[in-house]
Design a protein around this ligand. Sequence first.
Ligand code: AHR
Length: 502
Amino acid sequence: MKKAGIILDKDYQIGRVDDRLYGSFIEHLGRAVYGGIYEPGHPLADEAGFRKDVIAAVKKLGVPIVRYPGGNFVSGFHWEDSVGPVEQRPKRLDLAWFTTETNEVGLHEFAAWTKKAGSDIMYAINLGTRGPEQARDIVEYANHKGNSRFSDMRIANGQKDPFGIKVWCLGNEMDGPWQMGQKTAYEYGRTANEAAKMMKWVDPSIELVACGSSGSGMPTFGDWELTMLNECYDNIDYVSLHRYYGNPTGDTQNFLASTMDMDDFIKSVVAICDAVKGKKHSSRKIHLSFDEWNVWYHSNEQDKEIWKREKWNRALPLLEDIYNFEDALLVGSMLITLLRNADRVKIACLAQLVNVIAPIMTRNGGGCWAQTIYYPFMQASAYGRGTALNAIVSSPKYDCKEYTDVPVLDAAAVLHDDGSVTVFAVNRDLTEDVLLDLDLRSFGTLKLKEHLVLHHDDVKAVNTEENPDNVKPVSVPVVESTEEGRILVKLQALSWNVLRFE
Ligand code: AHR
């Protein structure tokens, strides 16, 4: 058995975990909205057409904020299409996903849904085909009290009180050639700055997320952040990061090491933000919004076939990745990585929430079930709030195809406001258990109250509508402390663990 250790001290703190670290994302894409959250006529639909089983599953995840309405979709979106009488809303070709958008669900409907789901909206504006003018209009529509053109339009559309949307994304992945209205970093930085100024003049209480490069693998990465921040630093609050990983070659050890890259990505963006801060002699600190993260690769080939057959249809079953057990382990490690960077990552969105690369799946007219990745997210959201601790981890390491010195044990710890502590840990070893020696001396009397484990003997095991509990966490018997302040725990080979101390 391998050996690893964690030292925790209540005074070694990384920073406050912003609840919005457990955000998610719903795009007008595939069956996320139509057939996902919204399916009038479904036996479990409420009076507004929203599926109650999906709302219940979202509520169990505890998602405080949902990014909406895109994604790539937003770069061709006209917000005015999505408000007013539903029967008068236009059908539009969506050039992001080659489907037809009917606008049956728009801002008012989505706001009502987020209320039911116990969440808030993080609203993305179109800075692809549109600009600052339409950006200020939608802020006025959504957040201004009344007695102006767009706020009065909202009131006439049945919403007297402002929606009060706090967080706004200034476009999406604007360096991507796949994006409608792709821009250079300078063009984007200038447009984002002007949009930001006008949006904040309408409502000074809002927070704005500027698009970082659409991934660390982009040739634009780094220079994009530097150039665009140079233009809009003073008027934005967060820079966005997006990253998806996959395992197309079936190399589990390498796949599970992907968070080495994620951590590096975060640290690089922080360094660039702080370099611009220094250059500008600014006292403002820009934080990060990791507003798209997940595993995404299973559905790529299937999607090409769908487009060949059904281009321009409504609610195509796109990006419907079926997640397996190893995906859940990586999602667990990604959550650990976010927690370890909680001082700078203040918002994060698991992309996405329902059907589209999602923890929750539905069948049209049928059931709703949790994919494997649902569980680490649910547990981190439930037990990962408070203050992130600087866990000193000692672990055996391994080398794999793309990474060297990968710790077998990946871990993060959170101190809760009531003094209890939760440790999240992934054992990345394919075959060997790890004996973890936890040193919690500074906490005095803390005892291991619960040990939750997610494991399956088959890394490719999945959950389905017929077999929804195939991959699901269990509570295992807890071990007694070996001596004052020290606890030994066995972490099974390939497992996600939640250790709750009280
Ligand atoms: O989440 C799916 C897509 O991935 C989003 O629309 C886009 O922003 C990213 O490329």
